[in-house]
Design a protein around this ligand. Structure first.
Ligand SMILES: [Zn+2]
Length: 65
């Protein structure tokens, strides 16, 4: 579940290149097929994983008591 989908939002092409980071530190990419520049969406995914980990830790703590 660590794999990052690196496909273009517009044309679904996998022919994209990393294009630095924006002010928020999010990884950007540029699609060679259609030329669009967008931010990779893995920040949202990792946040979701963090929420699961926090919930799991909380459950373990409450069960430990
Ligand atoms: Zn594209």
């Amino acid at each position: 579940m660590v794999s990052i989908l690196r496909t273009c939002y517009v044309c679904k092409s996998e022919n994209i290149v990393l294009n630095g980071k924006n002010k928020s530190g999010n990884q950007r990419y540029r699609c060679k097929a259609c030329g669009v520049t967008r931010v990779l969406d893995y920040v949202h995914q990792s946040r979701h994983v963090d929420m699961e980990a926090i919930a799991r830790t909380y459950q373990e703590r409450s069960g430990f008591r």
